[in-house]
Write a protein that binds this ligand. Structure first.
Ligand SMILES: Cc1ncc(COP(=O)(O)O)c(C=O)c1O
Length: 419
């Protein structure tokens, strides 16, 4: 067995969640007959895929374009044409005061978080370690293991609003949040994975002010947000300023395999991202940019997001909620108001088994979901709620989702009935 450095132990040894993700990935790769309601894969939407196929054909037909796309390293900041087109689109659409120097590409937005969290928090010579403040957990599980330093996160429990008998919504508990010297940045995903929550405009404004007054950046993870892929079912104002770092991605648009993350930030942050890109991978991959530059230039990416992607997931969300409410009728279940993403976050108050036990039981019946307790990075406080929730991905084929949800409901009923 090879001897590992502290860094190696932290980053190269499997954590609970990576084991679980392997479990989910293997089940799919082996073609086992599972109902995949776990994982974070977006749907394969035929009309969206048609556009990507046409873009790739166009690229192949132009010898010069094709050779450039596969034969050249891009600059460490990312493909210039794509960045210019993206800048024009965001300026025109959202009226953000940005220039191409405010945009960098990364190999997926996941690697943007690795870079940002580690340059803004962790060890500071002669001073206490700094942390990334997550004002509202549950929060994206992918943040958990990216810190080079231990205990990179400082997280808070949310306030819970019961919108109706079986629908609830988390809110930031501003009375509790304390931005001390120990905080290096504030970060939220909006819409939030795993809950489908969309922080309100007022919450975003307050968090932005809190960050600004403490002279720390405010990071908004916009992987599902507007203007693309626009998997957002409420009104939410997209914001950017010199103190805000917005991270976007082509993944949930339907291109997870091209690994294209887009960071919009002030020039200093973009310079640092480019520098880390150069050190870690010389340049970000350029295929995602090559496939989508025309869609960005023409604005087609916005039309697809608004007219195809958003309604696709919104209908799925409504159907999934309706079915679950019907199947779980009479039990003590609560669904987070689905305001975006393609996940349902189900809270089973007083469930006699843990989220992991429920996951195991469902796996035996051929249904994969994700146990909820993984989604609380940095929350030190004990909270039973963590073990009473599961995340369900409703993006797959309707038949798969319907069969999966019925089995989930049956297993939940059985668990409640067993006491
Ligand atoms: C909230 C959130 N942020 C970031 C990511 C990372 O996505 P990618 O690296 O594919 O851009 C994901 C992926 O599931 C996500 O759900």
């Amino acid at each position: 067995m090879v001897r590992l450095s502290d860094f190696g132990k932290k980053i190269a040894v499997q954590s609970g969640i990576s084991q679980l993700m392997d479990d989910l990935g293997n089940a799919l790769a082996e073609g086992r007959n599972v109902l995949m309601l776990g994982g974070g894969n977006p749907a394969h939407i035929p009309e969206v895929q048609k556009h990507f196929r046409e873009s790739i054909v166009r690229l192949l037909e132009s010898e010069k374009e094709f050779e450039r796309a596969i034969g050249n390293y891009d600059p460490p900041q990312g493909n210039k044409e794509f960045i210019e087109a993206m800048c024009t689109l965001l300026r025109g659409q959202l009226h953000w005061d940005i220039r191409p120097k405010n945009i960098a590409l990364t190999n997926g937005s996941q690697s943007a978080f690795f870079i940002l969290f580690n340059i803004l928090a962790g060890a500071f010579k002669g001073r206490a370690n700094k942390k990334i403040l997550l004002p509202l957990t549950p929060e994206y599980v992918g943040y958990c293991d990216v810190g080079l330093a231990d205990d990179l996160f400082l997280a808070y429990k949310p306030e819970i609003e019961h919108v109706s008998d079986h629908i609830f919504k988390y809110h930031v508990d501003f009375d509790k949040i304390n931005v001390t010297d120990e905080v290096g940045a504030i970060c939220v995903s909006r819409p939030t994975n795993p809950t489908g929550n969309v922080l309100t405009d007022s919450e975003i404004q307050k968090l932005g002010e809190l960050a600004r007054s403490n002279k720390i950046p405010f990071i908004i993870d916009n992987a599902y947000g507007t203007p693309f892929p626009n998997i957002i079912f409420t009104e939410a104002k997209p914001v950017w300023d010199e103190n805000t770092i917005v991270c976007m991605s082509l993944s949930k648009l339907g291109l997870p395999s091209t690994r294209t993350g887009i960071v919009i930030a002030n020039e200093e942050i973009i310079g640092m991202i480019s520098q880390v890109n150069a050190v870690m991978s010389l340049a970000p991959g350029g295929l995602g940019a090559a496939i989508t530059t025309d869609l960005v230039r023409s604005g087609e990416i916005l039309r697809l997001s608004q007219n195809v992607i958003k309604p696709f997931y919104q209908i799925r969300a409504e159907e999934a909620v309706e079915l679950l409410c019907r199947e779980l009728n009479g039990t003590d279940f609560h669904i987070h108001k689905p305001e975006g993403t393609f996940f349902l976050w189900l809270w089973l108050q007083g469930l006699p088994v843990t989220d992991v036990e429920l996951y195991e039981r469902l796996k035996k019946r051929g249904v994969l979901i994700v146990p909820g307790h993984y989604f609380f990075p940095g929350l030190a406080e004990q909270w039973q709620h963590r073990y009473e929730c599961i995340r369900i991905n409703y993006s797959q084929d309707k038949d798969v989702v319907t069969r999966g949800l019925k089995i989930i409901a049956a297993e939940i009923r059985q668990a409640y009935d067993s006491v």
